[in-house]
Design a protein around this ligand. Structure first.
Ligand code: NDP
Ligand code: MG
Length: 394
């Protein structure tokens, strides 16, 4: 039996993870679930999956959750805050941790899981983008197993040779090709992008996801974050990572080898496939996803990514090449800008302006410790808020 903690259980990835786990009760047991503020949703999940522990964002939310659980006669240990998240990610009973909190808030518990040597199923790409080598070192030093959930990285993981992590130089990999749907604005007139609403930006053509990653997909910052994520997961330099637009989202990514071979992983666009793959690795389990019918898909299209239409993609490559804490600055500025866009404080095209401003105005530092990274994250957020307040907000 494997005991699983889900950080961010009430989100899109969390719910898909529970859907997969529910199909295999003989193999998986839920140890703990977390949410931030969706207390009623978390209580319903507790009722169905009977975890030993549940964690929410605040003392008030914890009180409310305790009341709801008592109403159902459930004695589940309830906690709140970052330390409680770290505890459920690192408890001795836990075998696997699904890291599916959105944004920098997921860094501490995801790192706690790595430091405790757990099997870490990584959806929370922002945590890795921020902490980079420090995170990878924590994985290695503590013999944690890091498995990618992001569909592109899970695809690449499946297309790489098994001994890749031990001997990357001898693997013959020439290039990693990250596919991208292009999001909802792939064909929209660039001049009209200034006026798009949060709901339009969140209407993704292929995937149903949380609002932050949906906006990131519309700006293609999501792909930019994924380029940085791929760099750390697979040790590939920026020049070896290519982004290819593929609107059908059937090929989830590819690996090109020096002999001219290209390996791809295909499937219907449903996150339960990479979730099931990582949960059961190196075995395979049923995910509930229908088999891919290529005759029905009929056409697969590709085009090069347009860095003028999607400047956030260029900013992410710049941050990766700059190194140091530039990826953490990029991520923090983007989180602030996306929230400001969702709150109707700035327009869609101003997201890229905020990120560019922060990268140009906050001095890049060495990513020498998690504390140094968090300090840069704080500075970037302050710079982004000030820029929005002084220059952009209506
Ligand atoms: P959602 O917004 O749907 O869910 C986020 C989860 O995190 C919720 O459980 C939420 O709780 C919790 N949460 C939010 N803020 C905090 C906080 N400050 N502290 C603790 N918990 C918090 O996001 P997604 O599921 O879409 O995405 C999760 C992560 O997975 C992101 O990093 C995203 O980039 C990545 N990812 C997602 C994909 C997808 O298909 N959705 C695909 C690939 C990667 P509450 O519900 O109470 O607010
Ligand atoms: Mg992805």
């Amino acid at each position: 039996m494997q005991y699983i903690t889900i950080l961010g259980a009430t989100g899109s990835i969390g719910v898909s993870t529970l859907d997969v786990l529910a199909r295999h009760p003989e193999q998986y047991s839920v140890y703990a679930l977390s949410a931030h503020s969706k207390v009623a949703e978390l209580a319903a999940q507790c009722l169905q999956f009977r975890p030993q522990r549940a964690v929410v964002g605040t003392a008030a939310a914890a009180q409310e959750l305790t009341r709801l659980l008592r109403g159902h006669g459930l004695a589940i240990e309830v906690g709140y805050g970052v330390q409680a998240l770290c505890d459920i990610a690192s408890a001795p009973q836990v075998t696997g941790v699904m890291a599916a909190i959105v944004g920098a808030a997921g860094l501490a518990p995801t790192l706690a899981a790595a430091r405790a040597g757990k099997k870490v199923l990584l959806a929370n790409k922002e945590a890795l983008v921020m902490s980079g080598q420090l995170f990878m070192d924590a994985v290695q030093e503590n013999h944690a197993v890091l498995l990618p959930i992001d569909s592109e990285h899970n695809a690449i993981f499946q297309c790489l040779p098994h001994d890749f992590a031990r001997t990357p130089a001898a693997s013959g990999v020439a290039k990693i090709v990250l596919t991208a749907s292009g999001g909802p604005f792939l064909k929209r007139a660039v001049e009209s992008l200034g006026n798009v609403t949060p709901d339009e930006a969140c209407k993704h053509p292929k995937w149903v996801m949380g609002r932050k990653i949906s906006v990131d997909s519309a700006t293609m910052m999501n792909k930019g974050l994924e380029v940085i994520e791929a760099h750390w997961l697979f040790g590939a330099p920026a020049d070896q990572i290519e982004v290819l637009i593929h609107p059908q989202s059937v090929i989830h990514s590819m690996v090109s080898y020096v002999d001219g071979s290209v390996l791809a992983q295909l499937g219907n666009p449903d996150m339960r496939t990479p979730i099931a793959n990582a949960l059961a690795w190196p075995q395979r389990i049923d995910s509930g996803v229908a088999q891919l019918d290529l005759a029905q898909v009929a056409t697969l299209q590709f085009e090069r990514a347009d860095f003028t239409r999607f400047p956030c993609l260029a900013l992410a490559f710049d941050a990766l090449r700059a190194g140091g804490t530039a990826p953490a600055l990029l991520n923090a500025a983007n989180e602030v800008a996306v929230q400001a866009f969702l709150d109707l404080r700035i327009g869609f095209r101003q997201i890229e302006q905020v990120v560019a401003h922060v990268l140009a105005s906050v001095a890049n530092g060495a990513a020498s410790s998690i504390e140094a990274v968090l300090e840069q994250d704080r500075l970037a957020r302050a710079a982004a808020q000030a820029y929005i307040g002084d220059r952009l907000a209506a």
